[in-house]
Design a protein around this ligand. Structure first.
Ligand code: ATP
Ligand code: MG
Length: 303
């Protein structure tokens, strides 16, 4: 038996990439409600894996399990990064961020709105700076190590400000940025922790088509230049179809499809979830494209 055929079918990565995150039999219950029901999949190293599905499908809950906001009812979450294997379901949110370097952005933007754009990126590196200080005031004021780290933190912040096109707005309060800029600042902040995996919850929500296409470029840049894996929850099908290597579809907490963007968009299970029970025929690509147009932030009753 070769290595590929020994992989359980639900964990196969279409490109054959090495797994970065493996989710095994994840179930999350809230009282009687099953928000995630026995979901398994793998996300590849250096790939963009998109999680799509209708409202309430369990997408954000999945992120909350991966990032330690919730402890899964059942299941394993294995992150393989930096030569280590992290069992995320056994770690709390703080350790998941600080030891496994899992970074996320939120469906509803969470920035420090009263801090400047640059300060938001420095604060993100608080943990590294505190480590350099030896967690002492003496360290903060006296030692070269801290000063060096502080300089590095500022350089990293400036690097990401440049990448997201916010350098000229570095000193204004984050809360005063236009919406699209705030979304990009959130991504820059997440990148400042030098993550092993970046989890983005609807980063294209509320963006206009130009901003959305810039976002595609930014996410591809992060993938290509920084070689990390991205998990992307997205309703905007133009983003999903264009930049994903791998798409996972959730519906009512269950995984209903898993494959390449091309496979998923013509999967009868997905079409049924889009159009209702009676429609089981394959969706012609032009119809799929039309439907995709409906998945914009102003009209988000479907996926
Ligand atoms: N803390 C919680 N307590 C109870 N129910 C919850 C909790 N968090 C999520 N749920 C429920 O779990 C289900 C999945 O919610 P989730 O937010 O994961 O959906 P989603 O796929 O992210 O939807 P959307 O596309 O609208 O963001 C929903 O029925 C939701 O009401
Ligand atoms: Mg959500």
């Amino acid at each position: 038996m070769n290595a590929v055929s020994s992989i359980p079918p639900e964990l196969v990565i279409p490109s054959g990439a090495e797994p970065l995150l493996t989710v095994e039999h994840l179930t999350m219950r809230f009282g009687g409600l099953v928000a995630i029901d026995d979901v398994s999949f793998s996300a590849g190293k250096g790939e963009i894996t998109s999680i799509i599905g209708p409202n309430g499908a369990g997408k954000t809950t999945l992120f909350n399990c991966i990032t330690g906001f919730y402890t899964p009812t059942i299941g394993r979450l294995i992150l393989r990064a930096r030569g280590e294997e992290f069992l995320l379901e056994r770690m709390d949110g703080f350790r998941i961020a600080q030891k496994a370097y899992v970074a996320r952005t939120f469906q509803n933007i969470r920035l420090f709105s009263e801090m400047s754009v640059l300060e938001n990126l420095i604060v993100a590196q608080h943990n590294e700076l505190m480590k350099a200080s030896g967690f002492t005031v003496v360290g903060l004021f006296g030692l070269g190590g801290y000063r060096k780290k502080e300089k590095e933190a500022t350089e990293l912040a400036r690097y990401w400000l440049d990448k997201v096109g916010l350098t000229r707005l570095a000193d204004i309060n984050a809360g005063n940025l236009p919406y699209g800029d705030q979304r990009r600042l959130e991504i820059a902040r997440a990148m400042c922790i030098k993550p092993t995996i970046l989890c983005l919850d609807e980063p294209a929500a509320g963006l206009n088509p130009k901003e959305s296409s810039e976002l595609n470029k930014l996410l591809n840049y992060i993938k290509d230049e920084h070689g990390i894996g991205l998990l992307l929850i997205e309703h905007d099908m133009s983003v999903v179809m264009e930049i994903s290597d791998h798409v996972i579809v959730l519906d009512y907490g269950s995984k209903i499809s898993d494959g390449t963007p091309l496979f998923v968009r013509s999967d009868p299970n997905v079409i049924r979830a889009y159009l209702g029970e009676e429609e089981t025929d394959e969706l012609p690509p032009e119809v799929a494209k039309d439907i995709a147009k409906d998945f914009n932030p102003e009209n988000r009753e479907g996926f």
